[in-house]
Ligand binder design. Structure first.
Ligand SMILES: C=C(O[C@H]1C=CC=C(C(=O)O)[C@@H]1O)C(=O)O
Length: 359
């Protein structure tokens, strides 16, 4: 299920499931399945959780959402702890200065155990209620894990949307926290829009998308300056990109594999950044991959899977993540703080104060 400001897409029933993205793509192309929905992990070679639904229901209004839940955490453990995350960032900055990589996105995860079970639908509604666009997604990961776990999130970032020969992307990179004080909130946003460090961090993503889209599209239109956009918790720099495919038969799933993971979640050059992430963080699973859908004619939409959590089959254990783009002028403490603010998306939906993170 994907809720977006322009409507909701829901897969109902399962007629097939795929862990191999290429097999899924081939089945769609051959007309063996009518549509695909689900999640692709950060490393697309790892098992995906894609299903061919019996019915793809489109055109419903965005999820109206609900108030936050009111759970307590009986345990929270951050991987790595804050000191280690700062050290990792300082080390990444050294590698950037040494010229090994231009940008790399480093993330940390937090494991929570809740006092009471939650159902995936409850968390989905609370996430949808936490942002003005009612952005939310929920994917049953059973096809990949066989365990009844779910990936649930409220990502604001569209990797791509494809309709006919038109492709739009809406990358986010560059961040600052929202404030309850309107004057502080405005000043923070203005500072972000003028931040050379954040503008540079953002430009890596737009450059990547321009380059990748250029392989398949005649025209790629993107404004030269990003715009400010907000979620319930964060301000971001965002750029609306629009391109026209030379061959409209290219599917939204093909595009998701071509474009992601972008430097909003990986880095530049992509292969070097991905290698650093694997060495430093290990397996990211479904965090920073993509979730979405693709129909029989190849239209669809795929979101970057950030501001999300994996809810285990027991309904009480969750893992959530937050990362940030590291560039030459990144400050380790400021980057650590940024991950704390980003973690609020899931914590707020659960109704758990972020101060409950102990390490
Ligand atoms: C990697 C994440 O955010 C990305 C999206 C927006 C802003 C970002 C940043 O400013 O670093 C990140 O690129 C995350 O939320 O885990």
């Amino acid at each position: 299920m994907l809720s977006r400001p322009h409507g909701t897409v829901r897969g109902e029933g399962v007629v097939g499931s795929f862990t191999d993205v290429d097999e899924a793509s081939a089945a769609l192309r051959a007309g063996e399945v009518g549509s695909l929905t689900g999640a692709i992990p950060f490393d697309a070679r790892d098992p995906a959780a894609l299903v061919a639904p019996a019915r793809l229901r489109t055109g419903e209004a965005p999820l109206s959402g609900s108030a936050p839940l009111s759970r307590r955490a009986v345990s929270t453990v951050s991987h790595p702890d804050r000191d280690e995350h700062r050290e990792r960032i300082a080390h990444a900055v050294k590698r950037i200065v040494a010229g090994d990589v231009g940008k790399v996105v480093l993330a940390r995860s937090v494991d929570l155990v809740l006092d009471e079970q939650i159902r995936p639908a409850e968390l989905l509604d609370a996430l949808a209620g936490g942002n003005a666009g009612h952005n939310a997604f929920g994917v049953d990961l059973g096809a990949a894990t066989g365990s009844g776990s779910w990936l649930l999130g409220a990502s604001p970032e569209a990797l791509l949307r494809k309709s006919g020969s038109t492709v739009t992307c809406h990358p986010y990179a560059g961040s600052a926290p929202r404030s309850a004080d309107p004057a502080v909130d405005r000043a923070t946003a203005d500072e972000l829009a003028a931040s050379t460090k954040d503008l540079a961090e953002h430009a890596f993503v737009v450059d990547h998308l321009r380059e990748r889209l250029g392989h398949l599209c005649d025209e790629v239109d993107a404004p030269s300056t990003p715009q400010l956009e907000s979620t319930g918790e964060m301000w971001h720099l965002a750029t609306p990109i629009r391109a026209t495919l030379r061959d409209p038969a290219v599917t939204a799933l093909d595009l998701a594999l071509l474009l992601g993971p972008t430097p909003a979640v990986c880095g530049t050059p992509s292969d070097v950044a991905a290698q650093i992430i694997r060495e430093v963080e290990g397996d990211r699973g479904f965090y920073a991959g993509t979730v979405g859908w693709c129909d029989a004619v190849g239209d669809g939409e795929w979101m970057v899977s950030i501001r999300c959590a994996e809810l285990a089959a027991d309904g009480r254990s969750l893992r959530t993540w937050a990362g940030g783009g590291i560039v030459e002028h990144s400050d380790p403490q400021a980057e650590l703080d940024e991950t704390q603010f980003k973690l609020r998306t899931v914590f707020n939906a659960l109704g758990i104060p972020l101060a409950d993170i102990v390490n």
